[in-house]
Design a binder for this molecule. Structure first.
Ligand code: FES
Length: 110
């Protein structure tokens, strides 16, 4: 079980428990976070871009070259940006803090 703390674009903090092995994008969407995930994990859209807290970022397996390339195109990407569709929550990850960037809000009127 991983405790996922979402920090919304508006600063609202929400905590949810996620099963081991869950994909971060799925956890975020189930919680109603505004991540479109348009390409459903094909690394072709970057609408699942999130910013990971630096300590947690260091604990994740590194991004693939393809993910890095896509992050280069993401609006507002930072050094601890990741694609949520490429993060599976490992059993040993007790908690993770994930910031939702603001750029994608309202794209679908949500
Ligand atoms: Fe498109 Fe993650 S869902 S890159």
């Amino acid at each position: 079980m991983t405790k996922v703390r979402f920090i919304g674009a508006d600063g609202e903090v929400r905590e949810v428990d996620a099963d081991a092995g869950a994909r971060l994008l799925d956890v975020a969407q189930a919680d109603g976070q505004p991540l479109e995930g348009t390409c459903e994990g094909q690394m072709a859209c970057s609408t699942c871009h999130v910013i990971i807290a630096p300590d947690d970022f260091a604990r994740l397996p590194p991004a693939s070259a393809n993910e890095e390339d896509m992050l280069d195109l993401a609006l507002g990407a930072t050094r601890t940006s990741r694609l949520a569709c490429q993060i599976w929550l490992a059993e040993e990850l007790a908690e993770i803090t994930v910031k939702i960037p603001g750029q994608f809000r309202n794209m679908q009127g949500r």
